[in-house]
Design a protein around this ligand. Structure first.
Ligand SMILES: C[S@@+](CC[C@H](N)C(=O)[O-])C[C@H]1O[C@@H](n2cnc3c(N)ncnc32)[C@H](O)[C@@H]1O
Length: 334
């Protein structure tokens, strides 16, 4: 049983569902509308005309939104693939329903990628971990292209399943206040290591944690030296890691995305992207650990600013601040 829904500028035929699960005849998750909206915004901000590859197409909603919401000057071709025959049937119907054109393929995602001549944008949006698709995606992403990766195995990356994280992401996660930023950084390093195998430097240009998933957009640059520079930014953060210690955002991309939207979350990211600091201060944790006086968040922010440090709320957690002030000075301010 299907119904027609509207998402962005797309009309999409999706299964009627009381529960979103991978058992659906064709997968569509309304919670991921935000994930797709950010992809549209990012592609608007990136200057290039792109050949787009969606190896895990689902209902085709992402592709239809790209075709309807991006200026024609941004798209060379859109290729949508899914292993599920029913999904491919619905993708074709959704393309017709929206009067847009794309190439539709019904293969295993790795075969789809490896048999292609390559893409300028590849979106890995799997059930759970992206791991099994990373090698072929990295092989087929072009110079200057963007590789987008979603991971929904949040528990593993954020420290609930330590052994699984070590096995799958070659890193030790720690379940603490910073666990979601650490998890994102562990995932970034893993993707970069796969990139290193192919002499491709994968530089995060926009990343975030939301709801139940991690999301990263990497710009792909080629060359052994560029890879070596990235690898120098892998290290430990306390007991967590190894993980990526470099920037999570390209400041211009974060500002460009915020400019196109009035979404609070995207504006929070834009503000925190301006601060070069790894990790953030969770205020209740700080107060409890160092037995400090409870202050209002607004007052702490003012005190930090008065000392001429940068500070902003972080999208990772509430009651938490990203700042370039060091821990000792931060404690003194209380
Ligand atoms: C999370 S859904 C993708 C959702 C879609 N990208 C969207 O934005 O709505 C994952 C999709 O991958 C497909 N899939 C799973 N394993 C696959 C494989 N090995 N090759 C190709 N498609 C696969 C599933 O049928 C499902 O449609």
């Amino acid at each position: 049983m299907y119904k027609i829904i509207q998402e962005g500028k797309a009309k999409i035929k999706v299964p009627k569902a009381y529960k979103i699960s991978k058992e659906l005849p064709v997968f569509y998750n309304p919670v991921m509308e935000f994930n797709r909206t950010v992809s549209v915004l990012l592609l608007k901000v990136i200057g290039k005309k792109m050949k787009i590859g969606l190896p895990l197409g689902g209902s085709g909603v992402r592709a239809v939104r790209f075709l309807k919401e991006l200026p024609k000057s941004k798209i060379k071709e859109v290729w949508i693939n899914d292993i599920n025959k029913e999904a491919v049937k619905i993708i074709k119907e959704n393309l017709r329903l929206n009067k847009v054109k794309a190439k539709v393929v019904n293969k295993d995602a790795n075969m789809f990628l490896l048999e292609s001549s390559g893409f300028d944008y590849i979106d890995i949006d799997p059930f759970g971990s992206p791991n099994i698709f990373l090698d072929s995606a990295v092989k087929r992403i072009g110079r200057g292209g963007v590789l987008a990766v979603t991971a929904t195995d949040t528990g593993c990356l954020a420290g609930s399943y330590v052994k699984a994280c070590k096995r799958k992401y070659w890193s030790n996660p720690v379940k603490n206040e910073n666990m979601h930023e650490n998890g994102l950084r562990i995932l970034i390093r893993k993707v970069q290591l796969i990139g290193a195998d192919h002499s491709k430097a994968l530089i995060p240009i926009y990343s975030y944690f939301k709801d139940h998933y991690f999301r990263i957009f990497f710009r792909c640059e080629k060359g052994k030296q560029k890879v070596d520079v990235l690898l120098k930014k892998h290290g430990m953060l306390g007991k967590a890691g190894p993980l990526w210690l470099g920037e999570l955002w390209d400041k211009k991309v974060a500002a460009g995305i915020a400019k196109l939207s009035d979404d609070k979350f995207l504006h929070t990211i834009d503000r925190e992207a301006k601060i070069d600091a790894v990790g953030f201060y969770n205020i209740p944790w700080l107060v409890k650990k160092y037995k400090l006086k409870q202050l209002k968040q607004k007052d702490i922010i003012n005190k930090i600013k008065k000392k001429h440090y940068k500070v902003a709320e972080t999208h990772f957690a509430c009651n938490s601040l990203r700042s370039d002030i060091d821990l000792k000075k931060m404690i003194k301010l209380f």
